[in-house]
Design a protein around this ligand. Structure first.
Ligand SMILES: Cc1cc2nc3c(=O)[nH]c(=O)nc-3n(C[C@H](O)[C@H](O)[C@H](O)COP(=O)(O)OP(=O)(O)OC[C@H]3O[C@@H](n4cnc5c(N)ncnc54)[C@H](O)[C@@H]3O)c2cc1C
Ligand code: FES
Length: 274
């Protein structure tokens, strides 16, 4: 039987700087056959080890349609992430997974989708957005609301511009600068700019807990049914496979039952979850 605690070796093949403290790492498993068979859903995550430092969970930010490699978009915050930022292309890391349930991609078909991201929370949404765009005809109207702290903190800047061909994109920053001509304010200010029909739209969000709290409130006010509000949650994790109990919220393990939940599923424990 496969031992889910043993990581597979992956090599960093490319690194892109997104913001002063966020990088996108392109990785490919050393075993080419394993890479070819590495199948995941948008919204799933992996456990990444930087040898000698430790392991941490990260969402896969590339589309599952890309089979030669996968990407992680990572913010430097502490021990593992700082060690990772010091590695060069060609370095080896350990990867376990993919874990978690991922976004309910089948349920999104024939629906309008409202993507809502905050900061690094755009990472799992990028995987979903690029997956949806590769089968654009299967979905209705697509809208993105994305907020970052400052213009310098916006991730995937060039890619967002390419999304505009297919997606109604709305950006905001908490604090502008001399280069910024767009909206200033928290993500919820963007609700004034978008026109979505709650009946046929599924809202999918990922971002800081405080953002998801206020966005959920706003969506409910607009009349979104509870099962059409989808959240990707984060919790401190260890095993990633529903064994250690580190990531529990109420009766759920975020690593196993999530990280993607509908508001309907989480509302009993939502106040502690977001
Ligand atoms: C399912 C899932 C998906 C994730 N996807 C991404 C991603 O795509 N990109 C990304 O940059 N990060 C992501 N994270 C968060 C990432 O796992 C943490 O930033 C990482 O574990 C920090 O490791 P570290 O050793 O560098 O920091 P540490 O030295 O462990 O911690 C530094 C600080 O960050 C806090 N912290 C650590 N982990 C978390 C967490 N999960 N939630 C809140 N605070 C935390 C610690 O309490 C501490 O204050 C995800 C987390 C989960 C659970
Ligand atoms: S991280 Fe161990 S149960 Fe979720």
């Amino acid at each position: 039987m496969e031992n889910l605690y043993i990581p597979n070796i992956a090599i960093i093949i490319e690194t892109r700087k997104e913001t002063p403290d966020i990088k996108t790492f392109r990785l490919s498993f050393k075993d080419r056959e394993f890479q070819r068979k590495f199948i995941f859903k948008p919204g799933q995550f992996i456990e990444l080890s930087v040898f000698g430092y430790g392991e941490a969970p990260f969402s896969i930010s590339s589309s599952p349609n890309q089979h030669d490699y996968f990407e992680l978009t990572i913010k430097r915050v502490g021990n593992v992430t700082s060690a990772l930022f010091k590695l060069n292309n060609g370095s080896a890391v350990g990867v376990r997974g993919p874990f978690g349930n991922g976004f309910p991609i089948q349920e999104l078909e024939n629906k309008n989708i409202l993507f809502i991201g905050g900061g690094i929370g755009l990472a799992p949404l990028r995987s979903l957005i690029n997956f949806v765009l590769s089968g654009r005809e299967k979905y209705g109207d697509l809208t993105l609301m994305y907020g970052a702290r400052t213009p310098k903190d916006i991730v995937f800047k060039e890619e967002i511009e390419t999304w505009r061909k297919h997606i109604d994109v709305h950006l905001t920053v908490d604090v502008g600068d001399e280069t910024w001509k767009g909206t200033v304010g928290v993500v919820t200010v963007l609700f004034k700019e978008v026109d979505v029909d709650p009946k046929d739209t599924i809202a999918v969000m990922c971002g800081p807990p405080i953002m998801m709290h206020f966005v959920t409130k706003e969506l409910l006010k607009l009349g979104f049914p509870e099962n059409q509000i989808i959240l990707s949650l984060e919790r401190l994790m260890k095993c990633g496979i529903g064994i250690c109990g580190h990531c529990n919220i109420g009766r759920k393990y975020v690593c196993k039952h999530g990280p993607v939940f509908t508001y309907k599923e989480t509302k009993d424990f939502l106040e502690s979850a977001i």
